[in-house]
Design a protein around this ligand. Structure first.
Ligand SMILES: [Zn+2]
Length: 160
């Protein structure tokens, strides 16, 4: 799932949390929980592997696009979303990005750092719990309304 959706989820759940550390842990857990549901990563993988010569450039393109969207979302969230505790929202968001960052670091370092591998394998196992047969388009068609629903929830659900 795109990190943008994970971060938006983190912002919403951070409203129920008052500690940065609990926020961080909750962010990590929310990431793994969301990845449990099929979300089109298989379609994304197929698109990347369709042209072996351009695999690396495609991975870089997807990663940079996602980072760009996280950045745009973060600016939007800071300016437009009602957030009770920005510091907790920040640490929950960082936690929600960590599983993908660890996975990326593990791949970039040539799978040499073992502890990263252990976490990456757990992440993969959770992602593959259910057979994800969704195409890239279907995955995006699920994630965009999910992202919009999270923004709606952050604006409209009464704060504690
Ligand atoms: Zn993930």
């Amino acid at each position: 799932m795109f990190i943008t959706v994970h971060v938006a989820t983190a912002v919403v759940i951070s409203e129920t949390i008052s500690s940065r550390i609990i926020g961080f842990v909750a962010g990590v857990i929310s990431h793994l929980f969301l990845d449990f549901f099929p979300h089109g990563d298989k379609g994304l993988k197929e698109w990347v592997e369709k042209t072996p010569k351009r695999k690396k450039i495609k991975i870089l393109f997807v990663a940079l696009t996602d980072i760009l969207f996280v950045w745009v979302f973060a600016i939007f969230a800071m300016k437009r979303l009602p957030i009770s505790n920005p510091e907790v929202a920040y640490w929950t968001s960082v936690g929600s990005a960590v599983p993908d960052l660890i996975w990326g670091l593990y791949i970039i370092t040539g799978k040499r750092i073992k502890p990263l591998g252990t976490i990456s394998k757990l992440h993969d196992k959770i992602q593959n719990t259910w057979k994800d047969n969704l195409s890239l388009k279907s995955g995006i068609a699920i994630q965009i309304p999910l992202l919009l629903s999270l923004i709606w929830a952050q604006i409209n659900i009464p704060k504690l």
